[in-house]
Design a protein around this ligand. Structure first.
Ligand code: IPM
Ligand code: MG
Length: 361
């Protein structure tokens, strides 16, 4: 089988973690008899420096032709004042490829349960949440948006808008994902205040009629934020819009205590329909530790595993990569971010973590 993937290392620790993915990918090729053509392209701050554009045409064209895209991270303080920030390259890529379904699993790894921001008692029942976040609409993309002067004062505004089609397709993605999990979807909105929330809830309920085997519940976003802290084990799939999903997925990550371990997929349809997907770690570019070989590459490596499973149709290869990461953890090897207080033994560097994982595939 011959596949093409585009690597977008991006900024900060992005290039370091993507380099480790490549090692693991080469090990997978050897073991599972596939050939993956990889091509690197520029995005974010690196692309601004080289071309002035956070999403150059050549990058977009390469991504469109690929089976899947593996992205590191974008952003850094040196570009904060740019008129088009690095993040806008990522947002434009999501929009251009119509990657409306963002899947963010937040899992407590038993080996790392003590890192949870919550009391061990709260996470010991196991936390395995999948945040399904709408990614190409809502407040992030609604028009009008901007800043202007009104009556001599500066005002800024964004528009939260969802069409029923946009809600329906992300609801389907969530119901479909729930079927291969515990079969429960909790839809999150602010329908007690917002028109958008009321349409959201109505359309999610309508869509649910086609998925009677999936259990549907609803929460207001503020209550959901609280429930994730009080009892995260109650959740299976959380379905929500773009802004709420951005916030709740970071919160769920903090519950697991290991942001450095969390992968994500952004797809243009339910997983089984394929389409070019972008796979990326949930963590950011961490400019403060970039270039020091201290970053945790596991989130990126686990994103590669998601890609193998969801876009490349190689579940055995995905399992092998996930098992390899778990094996490294079970040996007590830890990168700095996941080393508990009192950790004994040497801290794992980014490169060594990649080598060890590749060797275990
Ligand atoms: C994320 C990030 C992005 C977002 C930023 C970098 C634009 O926070 O993927 O969650 O807000 O979507
Ligand atoms: Mg975010």
């Amino acid at each position: 089988m011959n596949k093409r993937i585009v690597l977008l290392p991006g900024d900060g620790i992005g290039p370091e973690v993507i380099a480790q993915c490549l090692k693991v990918l080469r090990a997978v090729e050897g073991k599972f008899g596939l050939t993956v053509d990889t091509e690197e392209a520029l995005i974010g701050g690196a692309a601004i420096d080289a071309t002035g554009d956070p999403l150059p045409e050549t990058t977009l064209a390469a991504c469109r032709k690929a089976d899947a895209v593996l992205l590191g991270a974008v952003g850094g303080p040196q570009w904060d004042a740019c008129p088009r920030r690095p993040e806008s390259g990522l947002l434009a890529l999501r929009k251009q490829l119509d990657l409306f379904a963002n899947l963010r699993p937040a899992v407590v790894f038993p080996e790392l349960a003590e890192l949870s921001a919550l009391h061990p008692r709260t996470v010991e029942k196991g936390v395995d949440i999948l945040v399904v976040r709408e990614l190409t609409g809502g407040l992030y993309f609604g028009r009008p948006a901007g800043e202007e002067k009104r009556g001599g004062r500066r005002v800024a505004f964004n528009t939260m808008i969802y069409s029923e089609d946009e809600i329906r397709r992300i609801a389907r993605a969530a119901f479909s994902a729930a079927r291969s999990r515990s079969g429960r979807v909790c839809s999150v909105d602010k329908s007690n205040v917002l028109h958008v929330g009321r349409l959201w809830r109505t359309v999610v309920e309508e869509t649910h009629r086609d998925w009677p085997d999936v259990e549907l519940s609803h929460l207001y976003v503020d209550n959901c934020a609280m429930q994730i802290i009080i009892n995260p084990a109650q959740f299976d799939v959380i379905l929500t819009g773009n802004l709420f999903g951005d916030i709740l997925s970071d919160e769920a990550a903090a519950v697991t205590g290991s942001l450095g371990m969390l992968p994500s997929a952004s797809l243009s349809g339910p997983a089984e329909d394929g389409g070019t997907g972008i796979y990326e770690p949930v963590h950011g570019s961490a400019p403060d530790i970039a270039g020091r070989d201290t970053a945790n590459p596991f989130a990126a490596i686990l994103s590669l595993a998601m890609m193998l499973r969801m876009t490349l149709g190689l579940p055995e290869a995905a399992d092998a990569v996930e098992k390899a990461v778990r094996a490294v953890l079970r040996e007590g090897r830890r990168t700095a971010d996941i080393a508990a207080v009192g950790h004994k033994g040497a801290i794992l560097g980014c490169n060594e973590a990649g080598d060890l994982t590749a060797a275990k595939v």
